[in-house]
Structure formats: structure tokens, C-alpha cells
Design a protein around this ligand. Structure first.
Ligand SMILES: *Cc1c(COP(=O)(O)O)cnc(C)c1O
Length: 313
């Protein structure tokens, strides 16, 4: 039951060796947050830690949250709920998925994982899903499911940011630049909060969105950060052959699996920036591997349908 022990877990930093880095004379290490837990990986572990403690403290026995059909947050919440004795309810975007539930769950690795871990899945239309933060809609859900601790889509709130402040540790003061993939912005906000004045943070959004900076500013007052909007590959969950090849080559060379939605895009961006001379000589870069590897199976099914090469790691 001690999924979230009182001791703070820290992940190891793994040096990356590559001719492109040597040529630019920069150093790159990866912070292996993907390794902190098998089922509740990476930043989702960090984001859930204080939320589950708070839910318990307030006497809740149920966590209710939202996500798409391939969501890392949905998978992580289901597993963390099971391991801490909380019931979980996942409100999933796409009512068509409920038409043949058995087929949906047998074909979708994320939803199957969530349901094996006991998450109750409720599928709603994209139109309803858009209202997911309105108080009327949340009241309806509370009526249906009883008192529940509600986590927003992606799991970002103040307690999630607090958990993400534990990603960087004292040993990480040695880095000049910290890089992180961005979805809702909670993770990068926590990272920014725990940097010191001589460090800067680069965020690589996995989606198109001008709102992200404002969202991040809700959780941090520091200004030593910047978003690089050039590597979203057309939007959330969108990928192309070049990205797949990058992920596969990186996996072969470094023995590190990257996910196609977040960390693959970030690493692609970092290498592209290094090649373009963005980082000055001797810059020490730390790229945070936020996990998300559970999504590869689902992505490969989509790639297969589109007759694109598969992610082979
Ligand atoms: C959810 C997720 C992110 C984005 O985190 P935010 O806090 O929403 O910005 C980044 N990487 C991975 C692997 C994720 O699963």
C-alpha cells in the first residue's frame, strides 16, 4: 500500500553520447523519471502523489478524472488508485467507444490496462467532454458517482505541481538547461519552481496552443523559462515518419525508449536545436524523461492502419 512513501524518490541521470552532441560540444543527460515506477510512470507519479494523499485526508474513497482513450494520466490514475485502495472513475472522450465495450477494451491497450486496474470507465461525447470543467457538469457526475475527489484532465492542479517540484534534486544544480515536454504545463511549472537562478527551463509543447504560457504562469512566478513551439509535429498525438525514425534510432543507439506523444518530440527538438547551434559550447542540458511508454502500443496500432513504420522499441 506504500506506493507513495514519505521518502522522496529520485531518478537517475543517464549520460547520452552522440556525435551531434560532441560536435556542438554540449552535454546531455536524461533524467529517467520513466523508471521510477513500472505502472505509475514518470510525471504522472509525481502529479498523483500529493493528490491521492489529499483525497484520503479529506475522506474520499473515489477519484474521478478525465482523459482521452490513450491517456497516460488515465492509465496512471487507475494503477495508483488500485495500489492505494481508492476507487477510480475515468470519464473518457468518445461515446462511440461505448458501443461495443468489449471490442474497445480488447483493442485499446490503455483502456484495457485501466479496466484491469479496476477503473470504472464512462464514455461521453466530444461535445460533453468539452464541458468537463463546468460546475454543472461536475455536479451531474457527482450525482451519478457519489462524492469523488476530482482531478482535471492531465491531472494538473496545485498539488500536482508540488509533486513535480520533487523531480529535480540537489545533484541537478549542475545543469544549465532543463528540458521538459509540455501537455497541460503542470510538470514544467514544478520543474521551474525548483530551479535556481542560474538555470533555465525549456518546454517543448506536444500540442499547438498559445494558452500554455498562461497556464504555466498560474503555477509559477519565475521567469527563467521559455516554450519552444516548433516541435509539436502538427498537434497532439500527431506524428510522422521522420519522428518515428528518430525514436527508433535513438532507442537503438541509447537503449532508451521514447514515447511518440511527448518525450520523442522533445528529444527530436533538442537534437535539432543542438545541430542548429542553439546551445553555447559546454552547456550542460538535462532532459526529463517523463515516461508515457504505455502509449506506444496504441500508437503502433494506429500506425499499422496508416501503413506507416512502427515504433520498434
Ligand atoms: C502527461 C505527460 C506530459 C505532460 O505533462 P503536463 O504536466 O500535462 O505538462 C509529458 N510527458 C509525458 C510522458 C506525459 O505522460
Amino acid at each position: 500500500m506504500h506506493l507513495f512513501s514519505s521518502e522522496t524518490i529520485s531518478s537517475k541521470n543517464q549520460p547520452i553520447t552522440h556525435a551531434i552532441l560532441d560536435k556542438a560540444e554540449v552535454f546531455l543527460d536524461m533524467k529517467r523519471e520513466d523508471q521510477i515506477h513500472k505502472e505509475v510512470s514518470g510525471n504522472k507519479f509525481r502529479k498523483l502523489k500529493y493528490n491521492l494523499a489529499e483525497a484520503k485526508k479529506l475522506g474520499y474513497t473515489t477519484i474521478l478524472t478525465f482523459g482521452g482513450a490513450y491517456s497516460n494520466h488515465i492509465a496512471a490514475t487507475a494503477a495508483a488508485g488500485k495500489m492505494t485502495g481508492m476507487q477510480t472513475i475515468g470519464i473518457i472522450r468518445g461515446e462511440e467507444l461505448a458501443e461495443d465495450l468489449q471490442k474497445t477494451v480488447s483493442e485499446n491497450d490503455t483502456l484495457r490496462f485501466a479496466s484491469v486496474y479496476g477503473m470504472h470507465l464512462k464514455f461521453i461525447s466530444r461535445e460533453h467532454y468539452r464541458n468537463k470543467t463546468s460546475s454543472e457538469f461536475l455536479d451531474i457526475l457527482k450525482k451519478e458517482f457519489g462524492p469523488s475527489y476530482i482531478l482535471p484532465e492531465g491531472g494538473t492542479n496545485a498539488l500536482a505541481v508540488k509533486g513535480c517540484e520533487e523531480i529535480l534534486t540537489l545533484q541537478d544544480v549542475a545543469y544549465d538547461v532543463i528540458c521538459c515536454a509540455v501537455g497541460t504545463g503542470g510538470t514544467i511549472a514544478g520543474i521551474i519552481n525548483s530551479t535556481n537562478i542560474s538555470q533555465s527551463v525549456l518546454g517543448f509543447p506536444a500540442l499547438k496552443g498559445d494558452f500554455l504560457s498562461e497556464d504555466i504562469k498560474k503555477y509559477t512566478t519565475k521567469e527563467n523559462w521559455k516554450l519552444i513551439h516548433d516541435y509539436h509535429f502538427g498537434g497532439y498525438g500527431k506524428i510522422n515518419k521522420e519522428l518515428i525514425e528518430f525514436i527508433n534510432t535513438f532507442g537503438d543507439q541509447q537503449d532508451i525508449a521514447l514515447d511518440p506523444v511527448y518525450t520523442g518530440k522533445m528529444l527530436f527538438g533538442i537534437f535539432d536545436l543542438v545541430q542548429k547551434g542553439f546551445f553555447s559550447k559546454n552547456t550542460r542540458i538535462l532532459a526529463v524523461h517523463t515516461g508515457g511508454l504505455q502509449g506506444i502500443a496504441g500508437m503502433n496500432k494506429k500506425l499499422k492502419k496508416k501503413k506507416l513504420p512502427l515504433i520498434t522499441i
